[in-house]
Structure formats: structure tokens, C-alpha cells
Design a binder for this molecule. Structure first.
Ligand code: UD1
Length: 437
């Protein structure tokens, strides 16, 4: 079925109520799968989200000789890497495919990988990744859409690296490459996202010796033995948790977000609490009550972790519509990530863009209409806008949602949203939205 033929139909105005179980983290599993490729034997990832980006990863793994089987939220990985070159077929679908540069370099000292794909959320250069490789004496060349890398000496020596920006992907690639070095490596100004910690925990269970992950300085010691694949539970998806937290809040809803690590989204929790949402935290649950919320205006600045996640920044614009007064939203990571505002404008939202900041006056009325999401978070932010809009909205771009959200529509139905999948002019009965892997 073509993506342009399926869409989501949402009738706005319903208050979401109930409990929701958060799935495993998309961004984590997309780093954990390449990490597993460095080991031997069988590796098992539990709490795996059923999303189409994992399907793309499976395609990449098959190209280099590794098997990946997905079943009941478990991913099993076996086999050895036999090729050091990848085609565009799957790599172009996801951004995290650039981690195969690190994987293949650590394994062979040589890699040819097409430029990766992923969300179209502005310019996404790879200079920091290349800087990391160059530090290890690896020559890099970007030619005809391919990144070609070759180590001048293999195995290479450990290095001290300073990242000009704490890039998540470059920190992950640095850990992968450094894990094969003959001596200690240190990464300064490393990204501190929970997904980095998750990856370091897996690498350590496979036999690596990494300390400092989750801080801005990471030390990687040389290996004492070959890396062996291990069993690992993927952390809960903090971005999915933040999405449902904001959706419950904006609809004056009430409920519990279960199986989450609240510290991973304290930036979102704090902003919502300051705005008047009643939030209580348990070890793995967030209890939300926005039935009597004041909706004070918000000031959001998307920053590297533990700052407000750039991926949730589009949702903040929708929240701002409900507020009493002027909210400001700034994104210093992806300064051009404001395409959602054009589509929300069709629903009646007015915003003032003083790049890289947007100003949104509160108490605006949104009206349902047809809109198109062109990346994961944008598509979901349009669903969020539709939830508070008057009347019916049609949201196109469902395939983007499948890339990163496990069972998204059913979870919303469970919370009482009036949402269905429509095909051309007929509304289909809701089927399980699980991706067949
Ligand atoms: C990861 C996440 C993505 C999230 C982002 C920032 C995955 C699969 N994706 O993406 O959801 O939005 O972190 O939290 O985990 N940059 C450069 N040069 C580089 C690398 C990055 O200039 O070589 C810039 C980027 O253009 C961007 C910023 O650094 O402005 C952050 O990018 P980065 O942290 O690398 O994000 P990703 O790893 O691509």
C-alpha cells in the first residue's frame, strides 16, 4: 500500500485517559544492533521495539553476513561479518546506519558505506565522525555518495579525541572504533544521552572496558580478549514516553506512563510541572493529571542531554497553543527543525519565527484539516495537534510514524483517542500496527 494512500483520521477534542506501556528505545536499539556486530556468538536484545527502522537494520546486517531474527520483542543476532562494503538499499533509510563505518573500521580497518539517510530535519553533516576517524589515522573520502575509509595502520593506536559538539552518532562511532584500538582512548565532550550509556553497558558485557559513559569524558581501554555477544535489555524509549506525557497533558488528560526511566526526561517533566501539570514520579512510572492544569506558558530550549530533546521540540509548539500567554521554543541542535509549523498553520496555528526561535501565543483554536508529516516527530506532532483541533484531521506520512513508534495507533486508542487508519476513502478496521520483521 502506498504511503500517500494511507493516513490517520483523528477527531479532536477527546481527553486522553488511562495507562500506557512504553516500548524499548528506537535510538538505543539502532546503536545496539551495530554494536552486536563487533562480537562473536549469539546476542539477544530484549524489550526490542517493533518498528520499521529495525527492519532496515536487518537488511543492512544481511548485506554484511549477519543474521537478525525478530520475535516477540526480542532480537537475536548471529553470524560473522564477511563484507566491508554496504549498498544504498537500506543504509539510505536510516541515519544510524553511519555506525557501520565504525563497525567495519573496527573489524577490518576499511569501510565503504553510503551516506546515511534518516529524517529530513535540516543539514546533517558527518564532519565530526570523520574527524574521529582521522584521529585514529584513518583516511576518509566522501565520493559519489559513499564514505570511503581506510586505516593507514591496522590495528591502530588509541587516541585522545575532542568532539567540537557532543554529537550522539559521532560519540557512538568513536566508542566503536576505539574499542579495537591497541591502547587507551579518551573522548572529551562526549554526548551524554542515555543511549550512549546503554551502548557502553552492552559493549562492557561483551568484554570491553569503557568507563565514563553518561558523562562528557569517556575512557576506552584496549580489549583483553575478543568481544563476545551478550544478552541485553533495551532501555525504555524516553522520546516515546515524552510524546505520551505531552499528549496526556495537552488533552487535559490523566493517566500513567509505565515502564519508563523518569530521569531520562526530567527536562520535559520539569517544564510541564512548571506549567501546571500535576506529575508524580515512581521508579518506573510517571503519573500525570492535567485535568485542572493552569497551562502557564513554556520556554523550551532544545539542547543535548539532559536538556530538552530536539526530537520532542515540535510537540512543544502544540503545547504552547494551549497555554495562557506567550511561549518561546528554540532549537540549538537542529536549527531548521520547524517544518511542522507550516502544516500546523493549515490548522490555524499562528507562530512567529525569529530563527532559531519560534514565538507562539497561547489560547489558539485549531481546526481539523489534511496535513502531511515528513519525518517521524513531525508526523506525530501533527497527530498531537489533531487531538486538540476541532473536527476531523487527516494526517499523511504514516510510514514515518512506523519507523520509530511501536504500536502507536493502538496505544492512542487505548487512551481513548478517536483515531483510525484510513485507506483512500475507506476507513479500515484497526489492525495490529506491528511491523512484520
Ligand atoms: C541522534 C538521534 C536523533 C536526535 C539527535 C540529537 C539516533 C538514531 N538519532 O541523531 O533522534 O535528534 O541524536 O539528539 O540516535 N553534527 C555535525 N556534524 C557531525 C554530526 C552531527 O555538525 O558530524 C550536528 C548535526 O547536524 C546536529 C547536531 O550535530 O545539528 C546533533 O547531531 P547528532 O547528535 O550527531 O545526532 P544524530 O546522532 O544524527
Amino acid at each position: 500500500m502506498l504511503d500517500s494512500e494511507t493516513y490517520l483520521k483523528v477527531n479532536g477534542g477527546k481527553s486522553l485517559q488511562g495507562n500506557i506501556e512504553i516500548s524499548g528505545s528506537k535510538n538505543s536499539i539502532l546503536a545496539l544492533i551495530p554494536t552486536m556486530c563487533l562480537g562473536e556468538g549469539e546476542g539477544v536484545l530484549t524489550n526490542a521495539p517493533e518498528i520499521s527502522d529495525v527492519e532496515a537494520m536487518k537488511g543492512i546486517l544481511e548485506e554484511i553476513g549477519i543474521q537478525l531474527i525478530c520475535e516477540n520483542k526480542t532480537v537475536r543476532i548471529t553470524g560473522d561479518i564477511v563484507y566491508n562494503e554496504l549498498s544504498k538499499q537500506y543504509v539510505s533509510k536510516i541515519r544510524a546506519s553511519n555506525l557501520f563505518l565504525g563497525v567495519l573500521l573496527a573489524r577490518f580497518g576499511k569501510a565503504i558505506v553510503p551516506l546515511s539517510g534518516g529524517d529530513k530535519i535540516g543539514n546533517r553533516p558527518i564532519d565530526i565522525h570523520l574527524h574521529v576517524f582521522n584521529k585514529f589515522g584513518i583516511k576518509t573520502n566522501v565520493e559519489d555518495g559513499f564514505v570511503k575509509c581506510e586505516a593507514t595502520q591496522f590495528p591502530y593506536k588509541g587516541q585522545t579525541i575532542f568532539l567540537r559538539f557532543p554529537s550522539v552518532g559521532a560519540t557512538e562511532n568513536a566508542m566503536l572504533v576505539a574499542s579495537a584500538a591497541e591502547s587507551e582512548s579518551i573522548i572529551y565532550n562526549a554526548a551524554m544521552e542515555p543511549e550512549i550509556v546503554d551502548m557502553a553497558i552492552l559493549l562492557n558485557s561483551m568484554g570491553a572496558n569503557i568507563t565514563g559513559a553518561g558523562t562528557s569524558v569517556i575512557h576506552i581501554q584496549p580489549l583483553k580478549q575478543k568481544l563476545m555477544r551478550a544478552n541485553h535489555e533495551v532501555i525504555p524509549d524516553r522520546l516515546e514516553a515524552g510524546t505520551f506525557l505531552l499528549m496526556l497533558a495537552i488533552t487535559n488528560g490523566r493517566g500513567m506512563i509505565k515502564h519508563v526511566i523518569p530521569e531520562h526526561i526530567m527536562s520535559v517533566i520539569s517544564i510541564l510541572m512548571d506549567s501546571g501539570v500535576d506529575i508524580k514520579l515512581e521508579e518506573h512510572n510517571i503519573i500525570v493529571d492535567a485535568t485542572n492544569c493552569k497551562f502557564d506558558p513554556i520556554q523550551v530550549d532544545a539542547l543535548p542531554f539532559p536538556g530538552f530533546p530536539t526530537d520532542l521540540q515540535p510537540f512543544a509548539s502544540v503545547y504552547a497553543v494551549k497555554c495562557n500567554g506567550k511561549s518561546t521554543i528554540k532549537d540549538t541542535i537542529h536549527t531548521e527543525r520547524f517544518h511542522h509549523l507550516y502544516e500546523m498553520n493549515k490548522m490555524g496555528m499562528v507562530s512567529t519565527n525569529i530563527s532559531p526561535m519560534v514565538m507562539i501565543m497561547g489560547k489558539q483554536k485549531l481546526t481539523g484539516t489534511s496535513v502531511i508529516g515528513s519525518d517521524i516527530r513531525m508526523a506525530v506532532s501533527l497527530v498531537m495537534a489533531a487531538l486538540i483541533a476541532e473536527g476531523e484531521s487527516n494526517i499523511y506520512g504514516l510510514s514515518h510514524i512506523y519507523r520509530g513508534y511501536d504500536n502507536f495507533v493502538n496505544k492512542l486508542i487505548q487512551l481513548g483517542a478517536d483515531i483510525s487508519i484510513a485507506y483512500k476513502d475507506t476507513i479500515e478496521p484497526i489492525k495490529e500496527l506491528k511491523t512484520v520483521l
